[in-house]
Structure formats: structure tokens, C-alpha cells
Design a binder for this molecule. Sequence first.
Ligand code: FAD
Length: 406
Amino acid sequence: DARIVIVGAGHAGGSAAAFLRQYGHEGPIVLIGDEAAIPYQRPPLSKAWLKGEADIEAVELRPASWYAENHVDLRTETAAVAIDRDARTVTLNDGSSLAYDVLILATGSRARRLDIPGADLPGVLALRTFTEAEALKAVLKPGARLAVVGGGYVGLEAAASARALGAAAVIIEREARCLARVACGPLSDFFQDLHRGHGVSLELNAAVSGFEDADGVLTGVRLEDGRVIPCDIALIGVGGVANDELARAAGIPCENGVVVDHQARTSDPAIFAIGDVTWRPLPLYEDRSFRLESVPNALEQAKQAAAAVTGRPAPAPETPWFWSDQYDVKLQIAGLPFEADDVVVRGDPAAAKFAVFHLKGDRVRAVEAVNAAPEFMMGKQLIARATPVDRAKLADPAVSMKAVAA
Ligand code: FAD
């Protein structure tokens, strides 16, 4: 049976190993990860785990014993440094090399860094890895002052967790609204009000120019307008960058991530790429390509690659989706508001229970649902089936989502 090497022991890589075994692959699987931890889930790092509500077992993707039991050769603290496509080998950072018949790249993405003065001060943190989350958790104490640079999901979740832990929080966002790249105006308004209601201050249209310190200890975030926002901890949450350097160096085409097809295959038939690192087509969106940073995306592509390697039929395309938990609010998003031409709001943002539907013509392209599980679930199906909908019915919460979809 084929020798499979998976580079990147995160959500996608760890899941690919499991799907391969589930689909009947009996040959060797080597799973290479440069972190010290066994594969774990990142979503709790800004939510339940950060708040102290989940232990490490709840965060691990699978129990430590699973890898040996399933003959998966998991090598932590090991990095792949080069791919030789002709020889079909991967070189590791200890100088050794591994032969593969099939290589799966699951190297994820990394936190974008800010190249500004003071960015390397000890109190300036990122939140991507378990180690970084531990560093943040250690300092988020009652009375601590957290400044979040970047009003994206990770930053907003960390601010909510900080408040739950009794720390003060300010969110500094360069754009006019939080979540500007990833959510619609009404949703940004809702989350901004939610955070203000929990005592978080917001600095919008505020560009950060550096970090201030006293004898090497962080004291504040400097804005371009000259103001300094005092803080003890700064969390940088300004998005991610694909870890696609290995693929690029090996001559595999990359855009904003490694270019793959519907089965997660790269231009090299022996090499797949899955998860955050990929630039992937979405059949539901005219086959345009996107880079998605989400757990459902990592799982879908892990299934695609495992199915292709084991000769199974390709799984049916899934509607992309995502979630975020902040305070007692559950946000669920399905689809992408890509090329939508109209928006229908159903429910009442003031009651913290509503959904924003993005339509193109009479088809739903995306739904953003706040504490509105039926809208999310039916919306996801409407997107997948491209079912035409009646706007008046969709906008009326008295008409059930089942009736809207009928
Ligand atoms: P990762 O999980 O990042 O794994 C990639 C791994 O590869 C890493 O361990 C990396 O160190 C390793 N690696 C990289 N290069 C090499 C190399 N050369 N050799 C060896 N190893 C290498 N998604 C949601 O859907 N919902 C959420 O609520 C949500 N919340 C999140 C909260 C936080 C704080 C973060 C950081 C992410 C969140 N996400 C969420 C996103 C989600 O966690 C990612 O989309 C998912 O982890 C992607 O899986 P991946 O395997 O592609 O990448």
C-alpha cells in the first residue's frame, strides 16, 4: 500500500490521517508536525479554553493513544524543510528524509505580523498556537488591560474571553467597522454594540503605528493620530498568511495558497494540499477559488484527499460554513456573500436573534445567523440546492424556515 506522508499535524493533517484509516488505507502514514503538541483544535483557544472552561483533552483532536493504535507515525517538533518531487522525498529539519508515494501538505496558515516599532516586545502576543494561547491565558487576569489590534473573529472572541476573566479590553480596528472583510454591516453593528454592552471600548478607523514600553515592559499601543491606548497586553489579530513556502519552493503553483482542484490535488498528481494553506475552487460559487480558514473547510478537504487516495468516489461538495461564540451569542455563517446583490434581514437584532440573508437574484448565497439555528440550517440547504426563495416570506419570522424553503 502507498506510503503517505502528511506535513502539518493540525486540524486538516490530523483529520486526513483518520479519514485515510477509516476509508481503508492500510499502508504507512507518517504525520509530521512542527509544534510540540499532538494535533488539537484551535477554535477553543480564543473561546472555552481561554476562559478556563475546557481542559486539554477537550481541545485535542484525538487522544494521544489513537495514533499508535491506528499505526500513524506521529512526529511532533519535526518540520519538513524541502520536497524533492523527482525523488519523491521530503527532507526534515534533522537532515533525514522520508520517501512518499503520496504527499499531503497541511501546513495551515500563520498569524500575520505587524512590522512596526515595538512589535517584538514580550507583551505583544498572537493567538494561533497552543503555546501562544497559554501565554495569553497566563496574563489575562482580573484588572489586566488587553488591547486587541484587529477586529476580526479571533480578536473579538479574545476580547469577550478577556471580559469573562475580569480583564479590561479595547479593540483597535483600522477599518470603519469590525469584521469589515468577513461580515455585513448589520452584523458588524450588532457585534460592536454587544461588545460595548460588555464594557469593551472600540477604536474604529484607528491605525496602529507602534507599541510603547517602559524598560522593555509594554505600556500602550500608539495610533497614527498620535494617541496612545494604555495596555499591559496587546493581541495582534490581523489575519493569516498561507504557509505555502514548501510548495512554492518545489515549483507547485500557488496563488493566495497552494492551488488545488476539487479533490484537493495540486498540479503534481502525487501531492495533495488541504486546509488553510489551499487556494481552492468552490463549485457552488461558479468554481471561483478562495482561501478559507475554517474547520469545516479543513475537514472537507481532508475527506477529499483521503477519498482520492483510497479510490473512493469524491464526496459531494459542501456549503462552506463557520461559527463564532462571543458572550452568550452563537454566530453561524453559511456560504459566501460573494456577488450577492441584495440583503434580507429576518428577526430582530435588538433581541439578539436574527439572520441576514445575502441573495443573488432569488437565490440565497450566504446567511449570517445570530442565535438563529433554523435560519442557519435551512439557509445552508437553500444555498446548496440553489432553491429560489420568496423575499417577503424570508423576511417574515412568522413564516417558518421550512415554509420558506418549500
Ligand atoms: P492548522 O490547524 O493551522 O495546522 C497546520 C499545522 O502545520 C500547524 O501545526 C503548523 O505549525 C504546522 N506546520 C506548518 N509548516 C510546517 C512544516 N514545514 N513542517 C511541519 N509542520 C508544519 N475555524 C472555525 O471554523 N470556527 C472557529 O470558531 C474558529 N476559531 C478559531 C480560533 C482561533 C484562535 C484560531 C487560530 C483559528 C480558528 N479557526 C476557526 C480556524 C481553524 O482553526 C483553522 O481553519 C484550522 O485549524 C485549519 O486547519 P489546518 O490543519 O489547515 O491548519
